[in-house]
Design a binder for this molecule. Sequence first.
Ligand SMILES: C[S@@+](CC[C@H](N)C(=O)[O-])C[C@H]1O[C@@H](n2cnc3c(N)ncnc32)[C@H](O)[C@@H]1O
Length: 290
Amino acid sequence: MDRVSLIDRGTLRLDALIELSQKPSLFEPGAQPFWDDPHISEQMLAAHLSPDTEAASRKSEAIDRTVSWLVEHLELTPGDTVLDLGCGPGLYSARLSERQLDVTGIDYSRRSIAYAKGRAEEQGLSVKYVYRDFLTLDYDSEFDLALQIYGEVNAFSPDNLDHLLSRIHRALKPAGRFVFDVTTQRHDRDGKSTSSWYAAANGFWRPGHHVVLQHGFSYPEHAVHLDQFIVIEQSGETSVYRNWFVDYSLESIRAVLERNSFRLESTWSDLAGTPHQPDSEWIGVIAQKS
Ligand SMILES: C[S@@+](CC[C@H](N)C(=O)[O-])C[C@H]1O[C@@H](n2cnc3c(N)ncnc32)[C@H](O)[C@@H]1O
């Protein structure tokens, strides 16, 4: 269900709105596309590039530290092949390419890929940027390293994550590494199980007048949280967007990796070399294809 109308022959269909506001079943999808929607992707790109927010990407200084640490810790050398999954506007890909690594960046936002390609051209970098859903990857033994940074792994249901990991496994060379970060249950989710709303003339979800009803739902028995946004346009057309988050512990992420033929090599509190602490909000993971 991508869009419904809340107005029927001049009547506001509150019954439909009440139904949309109910807690959905686990991993019920919301409206698609999301990352590639012309308006939303413009807002996302602005968020990626904003130095002051961490809404879509970490701050530049954190990205610099991550890239330096990964290159040193993983002993990456010029010519090593890197697959940056969900590369956005290429903030990591560009920095890795500046260090002479052979980088392929994949993203499902046309706008981010177009921006990244433009920047690479301006900077004289030879990153290959590809507009693609990473769930459809079909590389075979091509990469020394696959990256998926800033909690993208948290967004998948167990079935989709297994599917993605099988594709990443195939894309890696023997003993290749998969490096990613995931949130833990310590991670502070804004408005965990609350409801709020706002009306705007122009905003993140829509360019025109709209109202957003925001709900947080917890599924504690599955360590899952949902941020749901019901976006109602002036015409009554309504879309429901759902951001699912699965939090992990050391044990649960190890189990996911092992059932997908990866060995958990080391864990950190981030991907910049901070040692793992039991109470940290993030786990930085270095895994190896086995
Ligand atoms: C949280 S952002 C992180 C971007 C980047 N890794 C960073 O830290 O700057 C997630 C990115 O994944 C991309 N993405 C989400 N689902 C995707 C999919 N199925 N295939 C490819 N890219 C996807 C989004 O477009 C977005 O750029």
